[in-house]
Structure formats: structure tokens, C-alpha cells
Design a protein around this ligand. Structure first.
Ligand code: PEP
Ligand code: MN
Length: 348
């Protein structure tokens, strides 16, 4: 349920309400809005009633949250959330530069699929920055279909990413595969990526919810919209409020692409949730030539950010080369996307 406070409610009344909810057995999640304060009371609602909660001092009205996901829903937060990644919160080679998601500006997260070596990541970081990227992304821990494929450089890769951040100021996004690795990856990263194969790894979702590093949660390749937002809800209800969503293509019968880029979920998600919604045309298509046109389409339909795989020499990429664009293609793509962004009232 949502407790909506009167405009005149005091901090003391809000604190009292939080304590009352805990006594009753509900978890309060408080949002201090510009106009009003609201508390989402999360838990088994059979312990109380809307009538009982509306007698708490300062409360103007009590509303049900009808969506199965509560903290992620627009019912709780009708206006879109805007939040930053970066800002020097990580431990290893922090940098104060930030990137804000969910606002008028559309940030692009770019980089190679994997960290392959020190000079590779340092050079590509400079190149994507020069082309206008707002954050660097590359995997140090890779979820590979075959155990015989390159698995990533692990902590050595994280070190190189931290160096690339120090050199460029770009916040770093990188994947975490297991709950036990969360503290390690959070020491180096500005944003923890949870990949498509782990979207319903509930222990990992909770572990990422327990740290303050923002999370980039990719859509499971067979997940429905409700399942996706309930996965985000695991992170939110564990205490981490900064969750970026990202459509990366789903599995269908289609064979001319690696995945079917289901872009209609972008506006659909934005109707249901206040969280920023990004799109990944690289995994979404799996085909290099299709990345720029689908990046433009993602911007046109309202994506709040892009995730794009870029490599200095895509032919030689150790992972996902077929869907990776060159630096030159990325520069061109950015220019084209800027024109589309302008046409839909945004900037890039
Ligand atoms: C990746 O971003 O390189 C990746 C493995 O993504 P996904 O989880 O979407 O397959
Ligand atoms: Mn990849």
C-alpha cells in the first residue's frame, strides 16, 4: 500500500509512520518528493487495512499498489526516476565524473564485449569517449555458453577497467556473475551488470540489492515484462534503488538475427515503471550492420540510454565480434542517433 502524506506533514510524522509500519510487520520505503512524501508499505498486507493506516498522523490517503511489482511501479513513483552512476563511490581508482540516466540527455554506454588486455581497454576507452560515450562497459567475468570459450580476465580485467576510468573519467559498467563476487566487483565498478542469463538468479539479485553500487539489469532472453520488473523488484526491495533496465533481445524462431530486438518493450516498460529503460542493439541483433539502424530505432521509441559493443578491431574481438562495431562506425552511429534524439525532444 502507498501512504500519501499531507503537504503539511512533518519529518517527525513520517518517522513515526515508518516506526508504526515496522511494528505492524510492513517494510517502509520512503520517497521524499518535491511536493509530497509517500511511503510504500511492503509486505503481507493482511496484517493491516487501509482504514487502520489512514489514522496514522500526517497521512492523507492510503492507496493500494495493484501491480505485482511495487517499488518498481509507476503507481508508487508517477514521475520517471533520474539517477547517476559514477561519482567516485568505488574503491579502486575512483573518479568523480558521473553519467545521469532517465533525463532528457541520453547517455551511451560503450566498449568491447570483454576486457582483453590493458592497452586494448585503455585505447578503446579513449576512442568511445571521444565519440561521445558517457560510460565504459566491458566484461571481466564472462558468462559463456561453452566452458572452452574465453572466460574473461577476472580481477586482472577489473584492474584495467579501473585504470581506464582513471585515464578517461568514464564510469565503468561490468558484469558480476555470482553473489560471492559482488563485493569484489563493486570495489572496481560504478555499475554492476546482471546479464540476461542471470535475470532470475534471485540470490544474485538480492546480493546486488544489498550494495549501494547501481545495477544494470538486462532482460532475460525468455522473460515477460512482469517477470522482468519482478526481478528488478528483488534488487529494489533489498535496498538498492538505482536499477537501470535494458532490453537486449529475446529468443524467437527467427534466424537472420542472433536475438529478436523486442523494442516495443521500451515504451511498454516506461508505462509501467519509473526506472530508466536502456536498449542494447548489439546483443539485440547479433549482427554488426544492424546495430546502427536499431540504435536509432531505440532512441526513436524512447530509450533512456544505449549499450553498444565497440572494438578497435572487431574482426579480432575475443567475444561477440560479429555484433561489434568499429570505432569509426560508432562515431557515425552517434551522429545519426543525435539527429533522432533531437527529433524526439532529447539530446545525446
Ligand atoms: C554482454 O553484455 O556482453 C552480455 C553477456 O550480455 P547479455 O547478458 O545480454 O547476453
Ligand atoms: Mn557481449
Amino acid at each position: 500500500m502507498i501512504l500519501v502524506f499531507r503537504r503539511s506533514a512533518t519529518r517527525g510524522e513520517v518517522t513515526h509512520a515508518e516506526e508504526r509500519l515496522k511494528e505492524i510487520g510492513l517494510e517502509p520505503h520512503t520517497l521524499f518528493g518535491v511536493e509530497r512524501t509517500v511511503i510504500a508499505a511492503i509486505g503481507d498486507e493482511r496484517v493491516t487495512s487501509a482504514e487502520e493506516l489512514s489514522t496514522i498522523p500526517g497521512v492523507e490517503k492510503v492507496l493500494p499498489i495493484l501491480a505485482p511489482y511495487k517499488l518498481a511501479s509507476r503507481e508508487l513513483s508517477p514521475t520517471p526516476s533520474v539517477f547517476e552512476i559514477g561519482g567516485g563511490e568505488c574503491e579502486v581508482k575512483p573518479h568523480p565524473q558521473r553519467a545521469a540516466f532517465g533525463g532528457k540527455f541520453i547517455p551511451v554506454i560503450a566498449g568491447p564485449c570483454s576486457v582483453e588486455g590493458r592497452s586494448q581497454i585503455l585505447e578503446v576507452a579513449q576512442a568511445v569517449k571521444a565519440a561521445g560515450a558517457s560510460a565504459l562497459r566491458a566484461g571481466a567475468f564472462k558468462p559463456r555458453t561453452s566452458p572452452y570459450q574465453f572466460q574473461g580476465l577476472a580481477e586482472e580485467g577489473l584492474e584495467y577497467l579501473a585504470e581506464a576510468r582513471a585515464a578517461t573519467g568514464l564510469p565503468v559498467v561490468t558484469e558480476v556473475l555470482t553473489p560471492t563476487d559482488v563485493p569484489l566487483v563493486a570495489r572496481y565498478a560504478d555499475c554492476l551488470q546482471i546479464g540476461t542469463r542471470n535475470m532470475q538468479n534471485f540470490l544474485l539479485l538480492r546480493a546486488c540489492g544489498a550494495v549501494s553500487t547501481p545495477v544494470l539489469l538486462k532482460r532475460g532472453m525468455a522473460a515477460t515484462l512482469d517477470e522482468y520488473l519482478l526481478a528488478a523488484e528483488y534488487v529494489l526491495t533489498s535496498g538498492n534503488k538505482r536499477v537501470l533496465l535494458c532490453e537486449r533481445g529475446i529468443r524467437t524462431f527467427e534466424q537472420h538475427v542472433r536475438n529478436t530486438f523486442a523494442l516495443s518493450i521500451v515504451p511498454a516498460l516506461k508505462e509501467k515503471t519509473h526506472l530508466p529503460v536502456l536498449a542494447d542493439p548489439s546483443h539485440g541483433t547479433g549482427v554488426r550492420s544492424l546495430v546502427p539502424p536499431m540504435a536509432r530505432a531505440a532512441i526513436a521509441c524512447g530509450a533512456d540510454g544505449l549499450l553498444v559493443e565497440v572494438h578497435l578491431d572487431p574482426e579480432k574481438a575475443l567475444t561477440d565480434g560479429a555484433q561489434t562495431v568499429s570505432v569509426q562506425d560508432f562515431e557515425k552511429m552517434m551522429k545519426e542517433c543525435r539527429a533522432v534524439a533531437e527529433a524526439v525532444g532529447r539530446t545525446m
